[in-house]
Design a protein around this ligand. Structure first.
Ligand code: DGL
Length: 270
């Protein structure tokens, strides 16, 4: 069954470039879906901000996307999901998919020694949202959590390979290595862009979980269940909006997302 809203776009957002890792996975899996992506580049990073402020920003963007008649909201930002999801659930009529639960389920399926590492922003780690999501799976696993604030800075500057990035990663990831985790959740959508750096530091036997693919599968499942899959024959269209306009977001967007990345629309905050 295909319902009336099926031709509407999916709305997705992040503080900046990181959510493009989720957008890439959704475009790969669902090539006929239209997408509106909002990067809040004028207020990035979210991670060091107080929870209430991040929540306010996230609800403001979701209001804006819902006003554009999106059929689903994808919170492609762990910091926003960790702070705003409960409020958002009662506020909108459209389904909401977040990056947290799909990432946790993938990690539980991957771990062999039941020791999972979680890296994310300060907002995500201090919210304990991943602890709650792990508890909800009832898996007999422990989680070691570590905030890696400078990772977002590196990605937003387009630096995903430097020696400095590796040195910073060595410092951040030491507690996870010491705890002998065998699986690490990249609990910030910027971090898959540093996958190489993180893998070098953690070693090749450690499984890195990017929630992008797992989230895209969740989007597919939910659209299908709700009769919202777009049945158009043409390839989907993709709009990109940034609160600070073209800038670095435009420059790096094409590198991180690929050919579907088009012109950047500017939505300044008043
Ligand atoms: N990419 C975001 C996340 O998943 C936010 C990073 C930030 O703005 O600090 O948490």
């Amino acid at each position: 069954m295909v319902t009336a809203g099926a031709r509407a776009p999916i709305g997705m957002f992040d503080s900046g470039l990181g959510g493009l890792t989720v957008a890439r996975a959704v475009i790969d899996l669902l090539p006929h879906e239209d997408l509106v992506y909002f990067g809040d580049t004028a207020r990035c990073p979210y991670g060091p901000r107080p929870a209430d402020e991040v929540k306010g920003f996230a609800l403001e963007i979701m209001d804006l996307l819902v006003a554009q008649d999106v059929k689903m909201l994808v919170v492609a930002c762990n910091s926003a999901a960790s702070t705003a999801l409960e409020d958002a659930a009662g506020r909108y009529d459209v389904p909401i998919v977040s990056v947290i639960e799909p990432g946790v389920r993938a990690a539980v399926a991957a771990t062999r020694n039941r020791k999972i590492g979680l890296i994310g922003t300060e907002a995500t780690v201090s919210s304990k949202s991943y602890d709650r999501a792990l508890d909800a799976t009832r898996a007999n696993a422990t989680m070691v959590e570590q905030a890696c604030p400078r990772f977002v800075e590196f990605v937003e500057q387009g630096d995903t390979t430097s020696d400095e990035a590796i040195e910073v990663a060595e410092e951040y990831l030491k507690p996870l290595i010491d705890a002998e985790v065998d699986t690490v959740i990249l609990g910030c959508t910027h971090y898959p862009l540093l996958m190489g750096v993180i893998q070098i530091v953690m070693g090749e036997d450690v499984v890195l979980i990017s929630s992008a693919e797992a989230t895209a599968t969740e989007v597919f499942t939910r659209l299908r269940t709700d009769g919202l899959l777009n049945d158009q024959e043409a390839p989907g269209t993709h709009r990109f909006i940034a609160s600070s306009g073209e800038g670095t977001f435009g420059e790096l967007g094409r590198r991180f997302l690929g050919p579907e990345f088009g012109a950047v629309e500017h939505h300044p905050w008043n």
